[in-house]
Design a protein around this ligand. Structure first.
Ligand code: F6R
Length: 600
């Protein structure tokens, strides 16, 4: 959904911008561009395709300057062409903007801007002209010009603006799209997210809704739309810059899969205290989970656990649907919003609807300072660390762990879960990092199997109860990085339709670890085999009954059923990874996708 970065200070800005864009490239990789201010005025370079195309051009012809902006695009309005790449400039070329978001009324604004010449098909370009219009009406004054221009705009944006008349100055603004300011010593930054800044500073200021910032080398100043000054202290973020490096792995995704032993250990350690601080209203009658994509799958695991352990009814709403529905939220509903980034537009919209109806919102998110973490009533921070691969891996298992812990704590507080069962769950959780390590130790079989199955076209993932979500998640991982067709189904649903698809060209992945429904899963596998479908099963080590009916088995160690989705997700992440790499796919930056979906 586009990434923006800005720098002002003593360094050559180009290096900082390209470095920042490299870290933001997961947000979009249709085209990239930079603008720098130097004695020639605003110098722009843009290129379609990945950032490397732009970097190559700039290597041949670097642009000097110590103030600049950069952009990496995920196309919404206008095709993937150089003229549609950001930055966009005003008619006189003395104002340039980079933008993440959508200007909803851009056609209307474009019609109103008589005499302005447009050179792209984007919604963004209208911002450069609108700011130019107000700037010339005001005879200067960049801050006022931006504020007035934004007063006319409907939609969502994180914006960076640079003026040829004001060396050493950047302006930034946000409505409904993330933007953080980085505070350095004698230099300052802006970026769509902090991964672009970690190399330079860990002091950040998240810009709030409707705020405008003035950034120069000496400092940052924040204003509301009426240009009243706002004081805000920077936050110190705990992540290190090295987190954003591949550490010897060929892809971030693989590195992040292998980090799960540490991230699960981090989730288990000290989780008790974090949950003790969570205040759950005593009189809640139901829980509604709001989330999208992989986070929605974590919500499905949470539903099974909360209903089992806390005996509370749970609905898991797709935030994109929920925001336009009439789901009855109220003070008796606890809303749990799960979002790795804390910036997903649909999830934030659903949260606001829940809060307006009087529901308290508990956020499960990975990013300190994210919009969700600031708007929610309470926050459980995941301990997954920075995730760069577009496909969620370690953050999924972290989300699941948080939902399981939450379920156990809810159960305890409501008196639905006996103390000894609670203790048994805590003891089992402590074993998990070691069990994850065992799953990760033996991955050669998965790689071999992936090579064999990458020649197939259709995958059907099936599961039940705790692992219904694993089926959805396994299929999502497969389709998003390999571009092969994969669907997740409840195994019990097969006879209601999907079984018609099964023949010798279909590969079914059955998630069948030890638990309440293993025998049911074995029956489902038999039905698939009887129709000549091939079956890969995820099963508990030593379970002969599943092994005897499947063509291939990915083993996971024996554990409490409720923790099996954490272990079972890992071989499926690896399976998708190896299928995708054997097909030569770009697993860290799959086509058409971006890591955080900050627009609808
Ligand atoms: C898939 C994936 C997405 C995200 C979804 C929600 O691998 O990463 O489906 O889970 O876009 O993102 P967050 O959790 O940031 O709200």
């Amino acid at each position: 959904m586009c990434g923006i970065v800005g720098y002002v200070g003593p360094r050559q800005a180009l290096d900082v911008l390209l470095d920042g864009l490299r870290r933001l490239e997961y947000r979009g990789y249709d085209s990239a561009g930079v603008v720098l201010l130097n004695e020639k005025g605003l110098e722009v370079e843009r290129a379609t395709g990945k950032l490397s195309a732009l970097a190559e051009r700039l290597k041949r012809k670097p642009i000097p300057g110590t103030t600049g902006l950069g952009h990496t695009r995920w196309a919404t309005h206008g095709g993937v062409t150089e003229s549609n790449a950001h930055p966009h400039r005003s008619c006189d070329g003395r104002i340039a903007v980079v933008h993440n978001g959508i200007v909803e009324n851009y056609q209307e604004l474009r019609r109103e801007l008589h005499g302005h010449e447009f050179s792209s098909a984007t919604d963004t370009e209208v911002l450069a002209h609108l700011i130019e219009h107000h700037y010339s009406k005001l005879k200067g004054h960049p801050l006022k010009a931006v504020s007035r221009a934004l007063g006319k705009v409907r939609g969502s944006f994180a914006l960076g603006v640079i003026f040829a008349d004001y060396p050493g100055l950047l302006l930034a603004a946000r409505v409904n799209c993330p933007l953080v300011l980085g505070v350095g010593k004698g230099e300052n930054f802006l970026a769509s997210d902090l991964s672009a800044l970690l190399k330079y500073t860990r002091k950040i200021i998240p810009l709030e809704e409707n705020e405008i910032a003035k950034i120069d080398a000496e400092g940052v100043q924040i204003f509301d739309r009426a240009l009243g000054k706002i004081r805000r202290r920077p936050l110190e973020v705990p992540w290190k810059a090295e987190t954003a490096l591949k550490g010897g792995y060929p892809h971030f995704m693989l590195k992040e899969i292998f980090e799960q032993q540490q991230t699960i250990a981090a989730e288990v350690g000290g989780r008790g205290e974090a949950l003790d601080d969570v205040r759950i209203p005593r009189d809640i009658e139901r829980v509604v989970v709001v989330a999208c994509g992989t986070a929605w799958h974590a919500g499905l695991v949470g539903k099974v656990a909360i209903e089992e352990l806390a005996r509370l009814p749970v609905d898991v709403g797709m935030a994109s649907e929920l925001r336009y529905g009439d789901a009855p939220f109220g003070p008796e509903t606890l809303t749990i919003a799960i979002s790795q980034s804390g910036e997903t537009a649909d999830t934030l919209a659903a949260v606001r609807i829940a809060q307006e109806a009087g529901s308290k919102v508990l956020a499960v998110t990975n990013v300190k300072g994210s919009t969700l973490s600031r708007e929610a009533d309470q926050v459980l921070f995941m301990r997954a660390g920075l995730e760069i691969g577009v496909a969620a891996t370690k953050t999924y298992t972290s989300q699941v762990m948080n939902m399981l812990f939450l379920a156990a704590h809810l159960g305890r507080r409501r008196g639905a879960l006996a103390a000894d069962r609670f203790q048994a769950i805590v003891r089992e959780a402590r074993r998990l990092p070691g069990l994850v390590e065992r799953v990760l130790e033996d991955t050669a079989g998965i790689r071999k199997c992936a090579r064999k199955f990458s020649r197939g076209y259709d995958f059907m993932y099936i599961g039940r109860r705790y692992n219904l979500a694993t089926a959805f998640e396994g299929a999502l991982k497969m389709k998003e990085i390999s571009y092969l067709h994969a669907e997740g189904y409840g195994a019990g649903e097969m006879k209601h339709g999907p079984l018609a698809l099964v023949d010798d060209s279909m590969t079914c992945v059955a998630i069948a670890p030890k638990g309440r429904v293993t025998e049911k899963m074995i029956s489902n596998i038999q039905e698939i085999r009887a129709r000549r479908g091939r079956v890969i099963a995820v099963a508990t080590k030593g379970d002969r009954s599943v092994r005897s009916v499947a063509d291939h088995v990915f083993e996971i160690p024996d554990c409490e059923e409720m923790f099996s989705p954490v272990l079972a997700a890992i071989p499926l992440q690896l399976f998708a990874y190896h299928v995708a790499t054997s097909l030569g796919r770009d697993v860290d930056q799959p086509r058409n996708l971006a890591k955080s979906v900050t627009v609808e």
